[in-house]
Design a protein around this ligand. Structure first.
Ligand code: SAM
Length: 215
């Protein structure tokens, strides 16, 4: 996909990533991501949507998986590819792309960390159906997102965006094996008008696609 200069989300994150080297969670990998490798084969195919600056995708590539990182921000993509080159990770490719586009192929794992709140509810539900379909049998999805409980979901630009209810992500994966499911209070770097930190209940799910029964 070509860079789309008119996409305000891409522009927002281009700015953030130009100003900060490790914009989210101080660049530390999400604990959920460290679980992924326990459930997929050595060298398995992984795709991440909304990969940002690569704090998760690059760790999966370092673990030997074959990783594609999709991201709207060109600055994010360039930064991930530069780091991968510095670390001689030939099994990693970041490219500009949109989670709402068609997806080709099948993956051992599909990952998305703190991206879904940028999609509308309809887009997010379509996205989840799509990644489930493009996951191999026995493969896993790892998703972390903000729920409707917390400050982010009440911001003016959150209207119509996907902030699942408590328990909803588990429901969306009720036809898969739930390996882990958490809902935790987390502090954001963004602040309220009085300067106090914003809080959200974040949810994280790791779910495995069942093998089709052979009769
Ligand atoms: C809060 S950041 C999280 C980045 C990264 N996953 C992390 O946890 O460090 C959200 C990211 O999702 C990306 N994003 C938002 N909407 C997207 C879309 N439709 N397709 C691909 N990436 C998207 C943004 O550009 C941004 O980099």
């Amino acid at each position: 996909m070509e860079k789309n200069p008119e996409n305000p989300v891409a522009a927002q994150y281009d700015k953030i990533y130009s100003e900060r080297e490790a914009a989210f969670n101080s660049g530390k990998v999400s604990p959920l991501i460290l679980e992924v490798g326990k459930f997929i084969p050595e060298g398995g195919k992984v795709i991440e949507f909304g990969a940002g600056q690569g704090r998760n995708s690059l760790v999966l590539a370092e673990q030997g998986f074959s990783v594609t990182a999709i991201e709207l921000s060109e600055v994010g993509v360039n930064s991930m590819n530069r780091i991968a080159k510095e670390r001689s990770l030939q099994n990693f490719e970041a490219r500009i792309g949109d989670a709402r586009e068609n997806l080709e192929g099948e993956y051992d794992s599909v990952v998305s960390i703190l991206m879904l709140h940028h999609l509308t509810r309809v887009e997010a539900e379509e996205f989840i159906l799509k990644i489930k379909e493009h996951t191999k049998e026995g493969g896993v999805n790892a998703i972390e997102t903000f729920t409707s409980e917390g400050d982010f979901s009440k911001l003016p630009d959150a209207k119509g965006r996907f902030y699942p209810e408590l328990g909803e992500m588990r429901e969306l994966y009720s036809d898969w094996e739930i390996i882990s499911f958490v809902e935790n209070k987390s502090m954001a770097t963004a602040t309220r008008s009085d300067g106090s930190p914003m809080f959200n209940i974040k949810t994280g799910i790791l779910a495995r696609k069942p093998f089709r029964e052979v009769l």
